[in-house]
Ligand binder design. Structure first.
Ligand code: TMP
Length: 203
């Protein structure tokens, strides 16, 4: 039985999700909650091994459905071994990316139908977040920020601007399409200002 709260952070490249996830976890711990801070693809040894396959190398290394199935395989492992047990003991789980990244990148970005991705998620994973915070930053600014980090995990960053515009379009539309679960967060400005917006959105 799920008792804890499951919060996901979503957004395009360089939108500040990882930093904001850490600050959100610190804030919730300060209020006395047990917090599990984790990320996708990843969060377990098996899922981190899949991450290495999925986020490095050439953009065309995998077909769109191969990417979607790799992300889902990693997600099943992560949910069953980490997220569900944490929620079951009452912890708050803060996860950097989840199903909405698959819908944005493999769906809007690479053309897979959203309904098919959601059905796969329902069947294979069967867990949706209680709250999804969508960090919105102009995607060109975000890509510049991400490129400045110079990470080897840049397979998706290397796909063209039109791809990232479609990803961004999905994230911009999501909070209005699914308002019971999703909130948009203006991710421009200082780290402290964005963190304050996130904490306000929790209420
Ligand atoms: P990160 O850089 O935010 O850690 O995310 C890793 C990359 O993986 C990022 O470019 C987005 C991509 N991704 C997908 O394409 N589909 C997914 O389902 C997930 C979770 C991430």
């Amino acid at each position: 039985m799920q008792r804890g709260r499951f919060i996901t952070l979503e957004g395009g490249e360089g939108s500040g999700k990882s930093t904001q996830g850490r600050l959100l976890a610190d804030h919730l711990r300060g209020k006395g909650h047990e917090v599990v801070l984790t990320r996708e693809p990843g969060g377990t040894p098996g899922a981190e091994a899949i991450r290495a396959l999925a986020v490095t190398g050439e953009p065309d290394r995998w077909m769109p459905w191969s990417d979607a199935l790799l992300m889902t395989a990693a997600r099943v492992d992560h949910v069953e071994r980490v997220i569900r047990p944490a929620l079951g003991r009452g912890a708050t789980v803060v996860c950097d990316r989840f199903i909405d990244s698959t819908r944005a990148y493999q769906g809007a970005g690479r053309g897979l139908p959203d309904a098919a991705l959601c059905r796969l998620h329902d069947d294979a994973v069967g867990l949706w977040p209680d709250l999804t915070l969508v960090l919105l930053l102009d995607e060109a600014d975000g890509l510049r920020r991400a490129a400045a980090r110079g990470s080897a995990e840049a397979r998706f960053e290397a796909i063209g601007a039109a791809f990232h515009a479609r990803v961004q379009g999905f994230f911009v539309a999501l909070p209005a399409a699914e308002p019971a679960r999703c909130r948009s967060i203006d991710a421009s400005g200082s780290i402290a200002a964005v963190s304050a917006r996130i904490i306000a959105a929790l209420a």
